[in-house]
Design a binder for this molecule. Structure first.
Ligand code: DC
Length: 205
């Protein structure tokens, strides 16, 4: 049977953890779960008027394919439902079983190394300054035709950072044994190489 190997990738919004996680998963042939999508799907249901705990408890695979999960409004709603302990609890088992699937898994989020998979074989904490992250997110949103200013994107990033970091339940913070990669002044290819090197070192021993 194929072995399990869990890679936890945490960090704030738009630090590059999604891109790094996808590339790392492809490199090692592991499955990848963007756990932010789970909270975004619950946030999207909140915006449609659904009670968030019920939404989390009844979430389906189809919900993860809803339109607009990447919008700034859904991102803020995701960050709001993510403070609710019962919402987090409802999403826990799915994430843990994904992490232990045969063949290896990469999970990216805010609390993977600290709460979901404290025993992950490799842990990364991907960061960048709020300004750099806002610039990246603004470029993405502008390219997709969204009508939003850079100042608004920076304010959103800071608001979401504060909510994600200061919450009582599973706040955003590096696990003690996580290796930090600051991508503020790094090309994404270099950050991916750095991540792969960390994981290869863990695999070796
Ligand atoms: O990674 P993202 O930007 O798609 O995440 C959206 C929100 O979901 C984020 O602001 C906080 C929440 N989240 C969380 O609390 N825990 C996770 N593991 C992933 C996301």
């Amino acid at each position: 049977m194929a072995k399990t190997f869990t890679i936890a990738v945490d960090g704030p919004a738009a630090a590059g953890k999604g891109t790094i996680s996808k590339a790392v998963a492809a490199h090692f042939g592991f499955a990848h779960l963007d756990t932010g999508l789970l909270y975004r799907a619950v946030g999207a249901k909140l915006l449609l008027g659904m009670e968030p705990i019920t939404a989390a408890q009844t979430l389906t695979a189809e919900d993860l394919e809803a339109d607009d999960l990447r919008s700034p409004e859904v991102a803020q709603a995701a960050s709001k439902v993510a403070v609710i302990a019962e919402v987090r609890a409802a999403l826990l088992d799915f994430q843990r079983s994904f992490a232990r699937r045969a063949g290896g898994a990469v999970l990216d989020g805010r609390d993977i190394g600290t709460v979901i998979c404290p025993n992950a074989e490799a842990k990364l904490f991907v960061t960048a300054s709020a300004e750099v992250r806002a610039d990246r997110r603004f470029a993405e949103l502008a390219a997709s035709g969204a009508a939003i200013s850079r100042a608004q994107v920076l304010a959103d990033v800071k608001e979401r950072d504060a909510r994600d970091r200061d919450r009582a339940e599973a706040p955003l913070k590096p696990a003690e044994d996580a290796v930090e990669i600051d991508t503020s002044e790094m090309k994404i290819e270099v950050a991916i190489e750095a991540a792969i090197a960390v994981i290869e070192a863990k695999q070796a021993g």
